[in-house]
Write a protein that binds this ligand. Structure first.
Ligand code: MG
Length: 162
């Protein structure tokens, strides 16, 4: 395979949690008593996926494309960020081969939501759900994740171009 035809991208995001805010992960609203403090909807998973896509294509990061001090992005549905990043990536001729991600949250338990989150990500990216994987980890009750002060997500994406 031509070495110019494959790219890998890594994304990470963290948001502080506060009582009474809406928790959205991968575009799926999760019932919980806390949610992220954010300029947009604070969807850490979609923000990590956006950065993984931009990173893989050498397009910088989410803060350059969607500055969090721009009122245009206030309270915005983060699916817009992912769709815009995927469109830029595809404009350059790249295809997404697969996406793998991990959500780090002490609470709530995400087991029952993982399939919905995976299907939601696949829909947003226009991918077969078999190409998307979602994992969930707690913070083992230590650090900001473990104390339920923060939520974070990692994402890795592979791109291929003919
Ligand atoms: Mg974010």
């Amino acid at each position: 395979m031509n070495p110019g035809s494959l790219r890998i991208g890594l994304g990470h995001d963290t948001h502080r949690l506060e009582a009474g805010r809406l928790l959205v992960l991968g575009g799926v609203t999760i019932p919980h008593d806390k949610g992220p403090v954010a300029h947009s909807d604070g969807d850490v998973l979609l923000h990590a996926v956006t950065d993984a896509l931009l990173g893989a294509a050498g397009l910088g990061d989410i803060g350059e494309w969607f500055p969090d001090n721009d009122p245009k992005w206030q309270g915005v549905d983060s699916k817009q960020f992912v769709m815009a990043a995927a469109a830029e990536v595809r404009k350059l001729g790249w295809h997404i081969t697969n996406l793998d991600c991990t959500i780090f949250a002490q609470q709530p338990k995400l087991l029952e939501y993982k399939t919905r989150i995976r299907e939601s990500l696949a829909r947003v990216l226009d991918l077969d759900p078999g190409l998307v994987n979602v994992k969930a980890k707690t913070g083992e009750q230590v650090g900001p994740i473990g104390r339920e002060e923060a939520i974070s997500a990692d994402a890795v994406v592979m791109l291929v171009r003919d």
